[in-house]
Design a protein around this ligand. Structure first.
Ligand code: ADP
Ligand code: MG
Length: 292
C-alpha cells in the first residue's frame, strides 16, 4: 500500500477508537486468522464483586476479610479490588501490610498484624497445606457457577475462600460473532479456573478454551498456534498478558488495561470494546485491499 493509504487508514482507525503504533501495523492486522482473547478485563468487565466469604473452621469472617483485604489493598488486580471493596464494606478500615509481594497470575503475599498471609490460586496456597474439606466443597460450588475463587492462608494453614464474580461485557458476544463472520477463529485464554472459563466461553460463543495458564503459559499458547501456521492476534489488558501481546503477530491492548499491556501492544482499543477488533481487521482489509 502507498504511505498515503496507510496514513489514511491510521487516521480512520483513530476515529474508530483504535490507536495504531505505526502504519505498518495494518499489514499484520490484515493477515490475522486467529484471535486469542484474554478473559478477565477483556471479554469480561473485570469489575469483580465479592459474592461469598467462606472461613475455615475456627476462623471468623472478620478475621478472614481483614487479613486478605489488607494484603490485596496493595494489589491492582481486579480480584484484589473486589476483595478490598467487599472487605471495607463488611469490616471497615483495613490494617496495613508489610513485606508485600505479588506473583503475577498467581496471587499476593504480605505480613498483616504479625501474620504471614497468602492470597491466590491453589498452586500458590499449597505451601500452606491442603484445602480443608469445608472449603473444597465451597470451591466446587463456585466453580460450578462459573465464579472465581481464591484461597487465603496464613501461618501455615489454609484459612478461607473468597469468591468473586465478574460479568461478560454486553458487547462481547456480538464481537465474537463479528470475528467469526470475518473468518477468524476466536480462542479464550485465561489464568482463571477451567469452569469459570467455560462458563464465559459458552456465554459469548467461543468453543476453543485454554484455562489455568500462567503468564508464561500464555506466551507458549500463542507460540503453539504460530507453530501450527496460524497468524495470531492476542487481545489482553493485564500485566500478565504483556509477554503474549509481544509474542503475537498482532498485539491488541485494551485502553482500559494496564500500561504494561498498552506498551506491549501494536494496537490499543481506546474504549475496551471488543467489537472494535473486527473494525480493525475490516479497516486493514479495506486499506490494503488492493495489494497482495
Ligand atoms: P486472567 O488470565 O483471567 O486475566 P490472571 O492471570 O490475572 O487471570 O490471574 C490468574 C489467577 O491468579 C486468578 O484467577 C487468581 O486465582 C490468581 N490471582 C492473580 N492475582 C491475584 C490477586 N491479586 N489476588 C488473588 N488471586 C490472584
Ligand atoms: Mg486480564
Amino acid at each position: 500500500a502507498t504511505p498515503t493509504a496507510l496514513l489514511v487508514g491510521t487516521g480512520r482507525g483513530a476515529q474508530l477508537g483504535i490507536l495504531i503504533k505505526g502504519p505498518q501495523v495494518l499489514e499484520s492486522t490484515r493477515a490475522v486468522d486467529t484471535v486469542v482473547l484474554d478473559k478477565t478485563g477483556t471479554v469480561t468487565t473485570g469489575e469483580m464483586t465479592l459474592v461469598d466469604v467462606v472461613p475455615a473452621d475456627g476462623v471468623t469472617d472478620t478475621e478472614l476479610l481483614r487479613l486478605a483485604g489488607a494484603v490485596e489493598n496493595a494489589s491492582e488486580h481486579p480480584i484484589a479490588r473486589a476483595i478490598v471493596a467487599g472487605a471495607r464494606d463488611r469490616v471497615g478500615e483495613l490494617p496495613s501490610v508489610d513485606e508485600f509481594t505479588s506473583e503475577t497470575g498467581l496471587g499476593v503475599r504480605g505480613t498483616v498484624d504479625g501474620h504471614r498471609v497468602v492470597v491466590g490460586r491453589a498452586s500458590l496456597i499449597s505451601d500452606q497445606g491442603d484445602l480443608p474439606s469445608e472449603l473444597a466443597s465451597a470451591r466446587a460450588e463456585a466453580d460450578a457457577q462459573g465464579r472465581t475463587s481464591v484461597a487465603v492462608g496464613w501461618d501455615g494453614a489454609v484459612r478461607g475462600l473468597l469468591v468473586v464474580s465478574d460479568q461478560v461485557k454486553p458487547t462481547s458476544k456480538a464481537a465474537v460473532a463479528q470475528l467469526r463472520k470475518l473468518g477468524l477463529t476466536p480462542v479464550l485464554l485465561t489464568g482463571d479456573n477451567a469452569a469459570a472459563a467455560r462458563a464465559v466461553a459458552a456465554e459469548v460463543g467461543i468453543t476453543d478454551v485454554v484455562a489455568e495458564v500462567l503468564p508464561a503459559g500464555k506466551v507458549d499458547e500463542v507460540k503453539r498456534l504460530q507453530e501450527q501456521g496460524k497468524v495470531v492476534a492476542m487481545v489482553g489488558d493485564g500485566v500478565n498478558d504483556a509477554a503474549a501481546l509481544a509474542q503475537a503477530d498482532l498485539g491488541i491492548a485494551m485502553g482500559t488495561g494496564s500500561d504494561v499491556a498498552i506498551e506491549a501492544g501494536d494496537l490499543t482499543l481506546v474504549r475496551g470494546d471488543l467489537r472494535v477488533v473486527a473494525d480493525a481487521i475490516r479497516l486493514s482489509r479495506r486499506t490494503l485491499g488492493t495489494i497482495k
